[in-house]
Design a protein around this ligand. Structure first.
Ligand SMILES: NC(=O)c1ccc[n+]([C@@H]2O[C@H](COP(=O)([O-])OP(=O)(O)OC[C@H]3O[C@@H](n4cnc5c(N)ncnc54)[C@H](O)[C@@H]3O)[C@@H](O)[C@H]2O)c1
Length: 271
């Protein structure tokens, strides 16, 4: 039986999931990395094993409840019950109208983003309960969990994940299983950088509604996730922790019709 505690990460081949795999592997966990992207997932696991980490990659479509359940049982056999679960698998859309959206794509996004989160929390949550050792689950929300954005499946899906997180926290607390969510703003991933470089996104417009002058990186999100899973967070459950460079605080403040104080002419103020 595996000696290291097991952390399971979905959507592990890229972005926040990948950074989370690296973080937990470095923190002394055996990590099961789950994703539909075999090529990237295997390359990541191979690279980390070469660095002496214990990381396995498994192809898993989180939209398929049976596949998640079967894999959870097999991981329990080989590596023991999960102590940590991070659900990062998701499809990320472009702006669209509810009137024009493709309903099949809409349903698929719910299957992956919301149902996929339910499937993973259920399969690995059940084994955490049965093992009786407690545990920690972190779902991935977003600033979309908090306010409307023109992403008809993604945006309400993230609000639903925030509520699901509270339900799970309430249900699993008596088993010493804590369930929290992180809510990133736009994360400075290579994909976002490419969009900025090609002019598809305007960094100035994005930063206008943040308090800080930089966006979080995938590592910033992974650090917050690791904190939520650590003993230092032992009394924290059911929360949505914004990792958002101050977007939650500033989005309405910065768009106030009367302007912001430091842009008022003829008034004295400090920068
Ligand atoms: N990038 C951002 O700006 C941002 C902001 C807020 C929240 N988030 C959230 O963070 C999480 C990760 O985002 P990211 O930026 O790392 O995205 P990403 O696209 O880089 O990574 C998502 C991963 O999920 C995998 N995946 C997709 N469908 C899957 C499925 N059916 N089963 C298993 N794996 C699947 C992909 O192959 C990919 O490796 C998502 O929940 C996303 O909504 C991202």
């Amino acid at each position: 039986m595996n000696q290291l505690p097991l952390a399971v990460v979905t959507g592990a081949a890229r972005g926040i999931g990948e950074a989370t795999v690296r973080q937990f592997a470095a923190n002394g966990y055996a990590v099961a990395a789950l994703d539909v992207n075999r090529e990237r997932g295997e390359a990541l696991a191979e690279q980390l094993r070469a660095e002496g980490r214990q990381v396995q990659f498994h192809v898993c479509d989180v939209a398929d409840a049976q596949a998640v359940d079967t894999l959870a049982a097999s991981l329990q056999q080989s590596l023991g019950p999960a102590r940590v679960l991070v659900t990062s698998a998701a499809l990320i859309p472009n702006t669209e109208s509810i009137m024009d959206m493709d309903l099949q794509a809409h349903d698929r996004m719910w299957r992956v983003n919301y149902h996929g989160t339910v499937h993973a929390c259920r399969s690995f949550g059940r084994q955490m309960v049965a093992a009786g050792q407690g545990g920690s689950i972190v779902t991935i929300g977003s600033i979309n969990s908090v306010l409307p954005m023109p992403l008809p499946a993604y945006n309400p899906g993230k609000a639903a994940i925030a509520r699901l997180t509270q339900l799970l926290a309430s249900e699993l607390g008596r088993h010493r299983i804590r369930v929290n969510s992180v809510g990133p703003t736009y994360v400075m991933t290579p994909e976002l950088q490419a969009r900025l470089d090609s002019g598809v996104r305007d960094l100035g417009k994005m930063m206008h509604v943040h308090a800080l002058e930089f966006l979080p990186t995938p590592v910033d999100i992974a650090e917050a996730i690791a904190f939520l899973c650590s003993p230092q967070a032992r009394a924290i459950t059911g929360i949505l922790l914004p990792v958002d460079s101050g977007w939650t605080a500033s989005a309405t403040y910065m768009t106030y019709a009367g302007g912001v104080p430091w842009e008022q002419d003829g008034k004295s103020h400090q920068n």
